[in-house]
Design a protein around this ligand. Structure first.
Ligand code: GLY
Length: 359
């Protein structure tokens, strides 16, 4: 069997990581079609938080998040450049008794007292009532990851907005187009708006990622080594790109209540992105027509039928999209599982609950 000709539709963090893994597996007849519109990765803070961000009612998703989190250290190391992978860990925090009741649902003991929390982060407000330390919840800089991946695939990236999958000439088409996946495949991927702020000041005010409930408001602070601190994020069922006064006010209010020293920081960026959500907010990973196609054994440069997408024509279509709040965290596992599917038709059991056709 000769290697398939592969086209990846989507030049974001997911599409690029899949391309990188395929290349490492010797699939070189490969193109990444990049629309040029920065995806959710451009806005994402890069929290790698399987506990804080997972849906506990979905054990399969929790397993996928954990498995991907375990792969992050090797994934970052293999990229071979600084991608801001930071292992300091996360503090989960609550300001009031009500906040604690709300936040503690996601906490793993032991509970830390305010004095213990301020030992770790002296800049915390004295009002912080309780918290926990999650050493496995780390961070990475998604913009640096994308830059590193783009470098590895520089000769394979083509600037092109795909209007219809039928125009893509390849044996296997991987749709990793974030929110645009809905337009290309008809799958139920919806944009979930997030507004996020970037502040800049003296490096070292904070060391940990802070994930807090502050007088009923959810906020996270992600400190970078260079003094940048990301403050996020709203979660709105909206498609517009407006930065709103209300959101900026709410985010800054919560952030400054939590860390008063941030008042001296410069507000350097306000950004809006759209997370690709699905009906169950778990990703879509696998064949577009999973009941038709389970392996690539017949693939030898001959186009096969089977894709269920209207207009997709005679080609195999794989989807890797709909990662909602967890695109960055799920990048390593998505890349490994999808590369395995493309390269040897390996249907990993981890993929079972994420079939694109499940709705
Ligand atoms: N993962 C953080 C967010 O989506 O806001």
């Amino acid at each position: 069997m000769s290697a398939p000709r592969v086209a990846i539709v989507g030049g974001g963090i997911i599409g690029l990581a899949i391309g990188w893994r395929l290349r490492q597996r010797g699939i070189d007849d490969l193109v990444v079609l990049d629309s040029g519109e920065p995806g959710a990765w451009h806005v994402a803070a890069g929290m790698l938080a399987p506990g804080g961000e997972s849906a506990f009612e979905q054990p399969a998703l929790a397993r996928l998040l954990e498995a991907s989190n375990e792969r992050w250290p090797a994934f970052a190391a293999e990229l071979g450049v600084d991608v801001g992978f930071d292992t300091t860990g996360t503090l989960g925090l609550a300001m009031t008794a009500d906040d604690q009741a709300e936040a503690a649902r996601f906490w793993t003991p032991p509970l830390l007292r305010p004095s213990e929390l301020r030992e770790r982060e002296p800049a915390l407000s004295p009002r912080v009532r309780a918290g926990v330390y999650a050493p496995a919840e780390r961070q990475v800089d998604p913009r640096k990851v994308v830059a590193a991946l783009r470098e590895r695939l520089a000769d394979r990236i083509v600037a092109k907005r795909v209007e219809d999958l039928a125009e893509v000439d390849a044996d296997v088409v991987v749709v990793a187009a974030g929110c645009d996946t809905a337009r290309l495949t008809g799958l139920p991927v919806r944009p979930v708006k997030g507004q996020l702020l970037r502040l800049r000041g003296e490096p070292g005010l904070l060391r940990h990622v802070l994930s807090a409930t502050v007088d009923g408001r959810e906020v996270y602070l992600v400190p970078r080594a260079d003094g940048e601190i990301l403050v996020g994020a709203t979660q709105e069922e909206r498609t517009d790109h407006a930065v709103t006064a209300g959101a900026v006010h709410e985010l800054l209010h919560a952030a400054l209540d939590l860390v008063p020293g941030l008042a001296e920081f410069e507000l350097i960026e306000t950004t809006v992105g759209h997370r690709p959500g699905t009906p169950d907010n778990a990703p879509l990973l696998g064949w577009l027509a999973p009941n038709d196609i389970t392996d690539l054994s017949g693939l030898s440069g001959v186009a096969l039928s089977g894709a269920a997408s209207p207009g997709a024509g005679d080609r195999l279509v794989i989807v890797a999209a709909g990662h909602h709040r967890n695109g960055v965290l799920l990048t390593p596992i998505t890349a490994d599982l999808i590369a395995g599917l493309v390269a040897d038709g390996h249907q990993d059991p981890l993929l079972e609950k994420f079939a694109p056709g499940r709705f």
